[in-house]
Design a protein around this ligand. Structure first.
Ligand code: TA6
Length: 303
């Protein structure tokens, strides 16, 4: 049993609207956001492990510096990198008329889990400061991951906000009540079948295990999608990414594990594939951050 640092959960309220947000120090993972209408917009697995020993299943896990498994199979860095596997430091919280929120930070020096070996993050060449800003009001939740290359050499990276949306009424597999609009024209890479195709105007629905990376067409940078989540009003998602203040393309991953994969995840309720859809914006195309430069990935969720 490896030592697990004591970690806490921070509960925030936006007094003016009554909206609330809950954040875990592990990975600065947003566990939940309840809007002014009292709806829980995000899904946290009922079996999520919250003792700090494992990345949290649900809410908004932060993915950095890699998305998916390492491209070099000699690297032992875990899937989705180290940002979500380490204790972040809460720098501040706020609650005013307009919004409430918090700021968290993770320095590479404080990364004790998930750096892995046989990869350039193992040594002292790379350095990074991650700052995560959370801001919410009665109808919206904004999360922004700021990555600053504090080292002396450039590094390549991927970054993604792995957001789990709650779907009401167990309706995730009902195409009329759960779907994603706004990905027409993107290139869809289906990680289940390996197929690549041009996404049509048809909404993306959950008809089995769905694990697709949608890459925007040339010239498109920001992502703007609408997510139907059962009986509630659709959620709108806008996301932008910048490197050294210049916009970069934002890809969008849509994932639902469906029955078999849900049953194979010990930290996920076997039936919970009926009550969630992941819509995950990220900087996934090859990206390099020069020494001293800053990248930002920001999503605005309106419900
Ligand atoms: O959401 C896309 C994805 O890469 C899926 O392939 C699936 O692995 C999911 O992330 C969850 O990954 P995790 O490492 O959190 O179990």
């Amino acid at each position: 049993m490896h030592f697990v640092a004591t970690m806490s959960i921070i509960d925030l309220q936006h007094t003016a609207s009554g909206a609330t947000c809950r954040i875990h120090e592990l990975g600065a993972t947003v566990l939940g956001y309840r809007n002014a209408a009292g709806r829980d917009v995000l899904l946290l697995s009922r079996d999520a492990i919250l003792d700090g020993s494992k990345a949290i299943r649900g809410g908004i896990p932060l993915v950095f510096p890699i998305f998916g498994p390492p491209s070099d199979d000699k690297s032992t860095m875990p899937q989705h990198g180290f940002a979500r596997n380490n204790k972040w430091t809460k720098l501040s919280t706020f609650d005013n008329e307009d919004a409430a929120g918090a700021q968290f930070q993770l320095l590479l020096d404080d990364v004790s889990a998930g750096r892995g070996t046989n990869n350039p993050w193992e040594g002292k060449d790379y350095n990074v400061k991650l700052v995560f800003d959370i801001r919410f009001d009665g109808q919206s939740l904004t999360t922004a991951l700021r990555m600053e290359n504090t080292g002396s050499v450039a590094f390549s990276f991927q970054a993604l906000l792995h957001t789990y949306y709650a779907v009401d009424d167990h309706a995730a597999l009902d195409p009329s009540r759960c779907h994603v609009k706004g990905l027409a024209g993107y290139e869809a890479h289906d990680k289940v079948t390996g197929a690549k195709s041009l996404a049509s105007d048809e909404p993306v629905t959950i008809d089995g295990e769905v694990d697709r990376v949608y890459t925007p067409p040339a010239g498109q940078v920001n992502a703007k999608v609408e997510i139907s989540v059962g009986t509630a009003h659709p959620v709108s998602l806008q996301c932008q990414g910048t490197i050294d203040e210049s916009p970069v393309p934002v890809s969008v991953v849509v994932w639902n594990p469906h029955e078999a994969k849900a049953a194979s995840m010990g930290d996920f309720g076997n039936d919970q594939y009926h009550e969630m859809i992941c819509v995950e914006p990220g900087i996934l195309l090859p990206a390099t951050l020069e020494a001293g430069k800053v990248a930002v990935l920001e999503q605005v969720i309106r419900s």
